[in-house]
Design a protein around this ligand. Structure first.
Ligand code: SF4
Ligand code: SF4
Length: 349
């Protein structure tokens, strides 16, 4: 029962954990404040949702993020510092695939897990978009395409459009650098990616025909290339670009997809830029990505595909081979090429 948590908090059963988190100064007043806050949070859950299942209290530690937010790879190393603030939430299971959230001072919202889209009140995405717009902030939304997301692209795209997210970017989810492709629960297979690209393109093009242009970075670049321009996205250039990824300890890497020891260029605190560049040359990071596999050399799609991002290229006999998503790209290009050509004139590029 949810009320059991509140009773045990009031009785001081969790004082040890609360003191370890919030009363490092050893003061009774700090502990009292933390206990009051925990009781208020648990009490609000019961007042608002009256759950029947057991409630649990969660604390999400706060942090400052000075640069980078890629906790999803690079072993979670980012340039950040801890702060003595946290987010406290009390949650209980409801037995349904809907998450109901009530934050203090904000309207309630519901997230439908089946559709991965905000449903009731539709507040989360539109609210974020309108607040950014009001503040005059230009933004884009980056969507990482897992196998699951690929199968639900219709509802994701329509939620993003409904939310007013004009600039959209979709990138295939990466598997771990070492190890075989496609073995993770979230992995995106070439078949799924091809279907994803075709479906998203159909949705995007239909909007365009009705006079609504949503910027999808990959499609924009393809249209741009078909009009004779160079792509701005590095994964479409044919080789890696010059980047400096700086990690929390000052270590520098040549791309945020390669934040690993064997690709370390040096340390920003100890090495000058030209020294970092020299190491990049020594490990042949960009040079290696210039290699064009035999199959790509003879491929009609090479001018558009350019073998994609180096991170998705499979190991070949003589260096980096063709892209893991090769078949997806080839299938997509032959499906979409006539409309991609027409899109240029419709967008006015
Ligand atoms: S690995 Fe991919 S994202 Fe990184 S620099 Fe090379 S092409 Fe760009
Ligand atoms: S479609 Fe395949 S073979 Fe053709 S350029 Fe792309 S990766 Fe190479």
């Amino acid at each position: 029962m949810s009320s059991a948590l509140l009773s045990s908090l009031r009785a001081g059963d969790h004082d040890g954990a609360l003191a370890a988190l919030y009363a490092l100064d050893g003061a009774q007043s700090s502990l009292d404040r933390a206990r009051d806050r925990a009781c208020r949070t648990a009490g609000n859950l019961m007042k608002t949702f009256a759950p029947s299942g057991a409630a649990v209290l969660f604390s999400g530690p706060g942090r400052t993020e000075i640069g980078g937010n890629h906790t999803d790879h690079q072993h979670g190393r980012v340039l950040c510092g801890s702060v003595d603030m946290d987010m406290l939430a009390c949650a209980a299971p409801k037995g349904k695939n809907v998450i109901r959230i009530q934050s203090e001072g904000y309207p309630a919202l519901e997230v439908e897990l089946e559709e991965l889209a905000v449903t009731t009140n539709g507040l989360l995405l539109p609210q974020m978009a309108s607040e950014l717009k009001e503040a005059g902030v230009e933004y884009n939304v980056l969507t990482v395409v897992t196998g699951y997301l690929a199968r639900h692209i219709q509802s994701v795209f329509s939620a993003l459009c409904r939310g007013g997210f004009h600039f959209q970017q979709y990138i295939p989810c990466l598997d771990p650098l070492e190890g075989a492709r496609g073995e993770q629960s979230y992995s995106l297979s070439p078949e799924e990616y091809e279907e994803f690209l075709k479906t998203l393109f159909d949705l995007w093009y239909r909007e365009l025909e009705q006079g609504r242009y949503w910027s999808v970075r990959y499609f924009d670049n393809l249209v741009w290339m078909l009009r004779g321009h160079a792509p701005e996205q590095c994964s479409m250039r044919g080789c890696c670009s010059l980047q400096y990824l700086v990690e929390a300890d000052g270590s520098v890497y040549p791309c945020d997809f390669y934040g690993l020891d064997q690709y370390r260029l040096g340390n920003i605190l100890e090495h000058a830029w030209d020294e970092l560049d020299r190491t990049r040359e020594e490990i042949g990071f960009i040079e290696e990505s210039r290699h064009v596999p035999e199959r790509c050399k003879g491929c009609q799609w090479y001018p558009l595909c350019r073998n994609g991002c180096r991170r998705d290229r499979l190991a070949g006999e003589d260096g980096l081979g063709r892209n893991y998503y090769c078949d997806a790209y080839a299938g997509f290009f032959s499906y979409a090429l006539p409309r991609l050509r027409r899109a240029g004139a419709m967008i006015g590029i």
